[in-house]
Design a protein around this ligand. Structure first.
Ligand SMILES: [Zn+2]
Length: 122
């Protein structure tokens, strides 16, 4: 693998789609998914074995930039699902997310952004 680009985040994403297309093509027998999986596989190997490291790196940077918002929201969802000591609510008027301690019963929450009060069960 010396002088080759190897794997990166974009390749991992292509791999996930390739596996998904393979599974779909197995169950549905639609040839379009088979070809998509094959194309993904070829793209993956082409990128991994490419010697044009600069270009592959630029592609990965573009991909990371384009998916930054999606990846951030997934990371937020993950950290909130792991947070067992707090509840998260959205303010009904300004949509600001408010974090409150869990297990306090019915509480009145004051939004720190717009000062709207709303009652929620924690
Ligand atoms: Zn608010």
């Amino acid at each position: 693998m010396y002088g080759r680009y190897g794997s990166d985040q974009l390749n991992k994403c292509v791999m996930v789609f390739t596996i998904a297309f393979m599974v779909i093509s197995l169950f549905t027998r639609l040839t379009v998914f088979y070809w998509l999986a094959l194309a993904g596989l070829i793209l993956m190997y082409f990128r991994m074995l490419s010697k044009n490291i600069y270009k592959r790196s630029a592609e990965n940077t573009k991909y990371l930039k384009a998916t930054a918002g999606i990846r951030r929201s997934f990371a937020r969802m993950k950290s909130r699902s792991q947070d067992k000591s707090h509840c998260y609510f959205k303010c009904p008027s300004c949509k600001q997310t408010v974090r409150v301690p869990r297990g306090k019963g019915k509480i009145s929450i004051t939004c720190p952004k717009c000062s709207t009060e709303f009652v929620k069960k924690t």
